[in-house]
Ligand binder design. Structure first.
Ligand code: NAD
Length: 286
């Protein structure tokens, strides 16, 4: 039976480290959060960010813009925050209204303040194993893997899902640990090959958003299973992996909820501190 790989205790340790780092820096980091329009889910997420920030001694500035804001107004607002020396990090809450293109907008955030690690410059640095600001969900998965104490070198790692925020950056981070990485996606599914890849995974990471897409019986004996998926099914939150059956085969498995989720906000806060450290050190190149 698998051991439960929970995010909360790991987040607790990381939070202690963050508090220590802030006290060494002797400066209160400031995270500016931008929300466009109303969305209950995004408001709840922003609230949890605010609480975590306050617990850690990070100032959380919340800025709400109206749902019909023009792209130009939003980019000017971001530019203003870029120039504001008292602000260390900027996050744009999702979802954005239709008239706003997130991929375009996120490029207006100064790479130094890109606490979600989504600016092309920061994504590019991952390729060189030099990134300081890494997409939060991807770094949360790396922290969970680290907590198992299992060496990734030479391991067969299979990632299902190739999004910019999870699968793609994770593939690069895992290559830098010398894992053998396979990335599956909708094309793999269309070719009917998901099961054969999952079956040989010594480490399986799933980030698709389809309830129990991965059957428990496919899990290799002793595999580590990280389930990033969040799906609401009949008032219950479930992951992308059939948990009960998978737990019979895996050595470690993340619960949903309670696995990746509790760590993501902590990783965001770590990025805010990293951003402050970069500025304090005056580092611009690697
Ligand atoms: P996305 O929609 O951007 O990407 C989905 C990926 O799954 C794509 O690579 C797509 O090709 C692939 N895919 C779609 N259907 C498939 C199928 N039937 N078989 C195989 N692959 C398929 O998703 P995302 O933004 O990376 O999010 C994925 C899931 O992770 C969602 O449930 C999301 O809510 C969750 N998530 C959780 C956290 C967290 O903090 N726990 C953070 C981010 C995302």
């Amino acid at each position: 039976m698998a051991k439960l790989l929970e995010g909360r205790p790991i987040a607790q340790n990381l939070k202690q480290e963050i508090i220590k780092e802030i006290s060494i820096l002797g400066k209160k980091p400031v995270l500016a959060s931008i929300m466009v329009g109303d969305n209950a889910g995004a408001e709840a997420y922003a609230k949890s960010q605010k609480k975590t920030a306050q617990d850690l001694g990070i100032e959380y500035q919340f800025h709400k813009l109206s749902a019909d804001v023009a792209e130009k107004v939003l980019t000017e607002f971001i530019e203003k925050l870029n120039k504001d020396k008292s602000v260390n990090g900027i996050i744009i809450q999702m979802p954005l209204p239709q008239q706003i293109d997130y991929k375009k907008i996120s490029q207006y955030i100064s790479p130094d303040k890109d606490t979600e690690g989504m600016h092309p410059l920061n994504i590019g640095k991952i390729l060189f194993n030099k990134a300081k600001l890494i997409p939060c969900t991807a770094s949360a998965v790396m922290e969970l893997l680290n907590a198992t104490g299992v060496q990734l070198r030479g391991k067969e790692v299979v990632i299902v899902g190739h999004s910019e925020i999870v699968g793609k950056p994770l593939a690069l981070l895992l290559l830098d640990k010398f894992a053998t990485v396979t990335v599956c996606h909708i094309g793999t599914q269309e070719a009917g090959k998901i099961k054969e890849h999952v079956r040989r995974a010594e480490v399986l990471i799933v980030a698709v958003g389809k309830a129990e897409l991965i059957k428990g019986g496919w899990i290799k004996e002793g595999a580590i299973v990280i389930d990033v998926g969040i799906n609401r099914v009949a008032d219950k939150i479930v992951g992308d992996v059939e948990f009960e059956e998978a737990a019979k085969h895996a050595s470690w498995i993340t619960p949903v909820p309670g696995g990746v989720g509790p760590l993501t906000v902590t990783m965001l806060m770590r990025n805010v501190v990293e951003a402050l450290k970069e500025v304090s050190n005056g580092r611009k190149v690697f």
